[in-house]
Design a binder for this molecule. Structure first.
Ligand SMILES: Cc1ncc(COP(=O)(O)O)c(C=O)c1O
Length: 409
């Protein structure tokens, strides 16, 4: 049996929406994009949603809207995807990395607090090239679909006057609460701006796409204007019957709008978001039960005050209990028909960041220590029980065959 890393879940209803859009005579940003924005804002409990062509675009627009400028400092997780930090570099601003929490793999709020306090004291941390400006923003990322400790990050942001821009590329739906007696809060309702991805393998997809959501009118207006060439507010409607041919350019904006073809798929997928999560969560529970007694492999932990999106199921190998490396483990899985992946080589260990900022791996020891142990197993809503069981069987077999003899003492 061959199990791919991901297979998209596209229903007949999804296809029908896209076909209807193509037959409607309106392909680019229009009524379906508006409908997607409205449904999305309501789903996550935010006032505004701006549909875009990627999460990267959403992150870029969010930083622009909160006023990040050249040389400013932005706190970014060391363990994240390229996009989270590259958007800071778009401004010639400086991403200051923060180490990971070893349990959630999200940004560690204690490390974030220490980093911000050190900067405030005037310390020059690794990566802070001269000259640098003020600290402006923090970009927590919800690793794999489990939310960061939202309140702890908010406390750091409050103390240091930072805008919070959530990288929620993995996360829909997901919830956080501050304790068992506190209300659940949905991802998208807790930050200044939250940025979602609809890339092909994400929780819901539009092929490529993203959404920026916010409760702040000023940020929403700025992001909307900058998403389409800096055209004055209503310009994007200018080809519809309601619109006017006249527009003004108020800033040198970008071209980040979502097409109606993509939004048609988005509307249909959003209607299935809970169902898709339920399917991923059942795969995750089957993995957790099937790997519980494998001493060579640590499964991910869902904290009691989180509801996980289960976009990723990243296990950590106990290399001290194995005679092979992570790469060999993945090769052995591949040879048995299971595709795996790794999320990610920490950014401070990537050539660009080493060369530009002179980072050492040991600058962020948690991220650096987790990286050689990470393996993401396939997880997607359309996965059959047989496929899940095959993955479990393969992980168990590879672990058993390469188990290191127990150390004495
Ligand atoms: C954590 C994270 N942030 C941002 C992105 C970028 O998303 P997009 O491809 O929609 O720009 C990704 C994509 O995989 C991601 O994993």
């Amino acid at each position: 049996m061959n199990v791919p890393f991901f297979r998209p879940s596209i229903s007949q209803a999804d296809i029908a929406e896209v076909v209807a859009c193509m037959e409607s005579g309106w392909l680019t940003t229009g009524p379906r994009t508006k409908a997607f924005e409205e449904a999305f804002a309501q789903y996550v409990g935010a006032k505004h949603a701006i549909a875009l062509n990627s999460c990267t675009a959403a992150l870029h627009l969010a930083l622009e809207a909160v006023g990040v400028r050249r040389g400013d400092l932005v706190l970014v997780p060391a363990l994240t995807f390229a996009a989270t930090a590259e958007v800071v570099r778009y401004f010639d601003a400086i991403p200051v990395f923060v180490d990971a929490d070893p349990v959630t793999l999200c940004m560690d709020p204690v490390a974030a607090a220490n980093t911000a306090a050190a900067i405030r004291r005037g310390e020059r941390l690794p990566g802070m090239t001269l000259p640098y400006g003020p600290m402006k923003a923090i970009i927590p990322m919800h690793y794999g679909g489990q939310m960061v400790d939202v309140d702890a990050i908010a406390a750091v942001a409050r103390e240091h006057g930072l805008a919070i821009i959530d990288d929620a590329a993995h996360t829909l739906p997901a919830h956080y609460r501050a304790g068992a007696d506190q209300p659940w809060r949905a991802v998208g309702s807790t930050a200044d701006v939250t940025c979602f991805s609809f890339y092909a393998n994400k929780c819901i997809t539009t092929g490529e796409g993203g959404m920026a959501v916010t409760n702040r009118d000023d940020l929403a207006e700025r992001m909307r204007i900058m998403s389409l060439h800096g055209m004055s507010k209503d310009a994007w409607k200018r080809f519809s019957s309601k619109g006017s041919w006249y527009y003004e350019i108020v800033a040198p904006g970008f071209k980040y709008n979502m097409t109606d073809v993509a939004a048609a798929l988005g509307v249909a997928q959003l209607a299935r978001a809970d169902e898709l999560l339920a399917a991923r969560a059942s795969v995750a529970q089957r993995f957790i039960a099937g790997l519980e007694d494998v001493p060579e492999v640590d499964a991910p932990t869902e904290l009691p005050d989180r509801r996980h999106s289960w976009h990723l199921f990243s296990v950590q190998l106990r290399l001290d209990r194995l005679t092979i490396t992570r790469s060999q483990f993945i090769e052995e899985m591949k040879a048995r028909g299971v595709a795996a992946s790794v999320h990610w080589l920490p950014l401070h260990m990537q050539p660009y960041y080493i060369q530009t900022y002179g980072y050492a791996a040991s600058d962020f020891p948690v991220a650096a220590g987790i990286w050689p142990r990470l393996v993401s197993l396939p997880i997607f809503p359309a996965m059959t029980d047989e496929e899940v069981d095959h993955v479990i069987g393969v992980v168990r077999e590879v672990a058993r065959q390469h188990s290191a003899p127990a150390k004495k003492g």
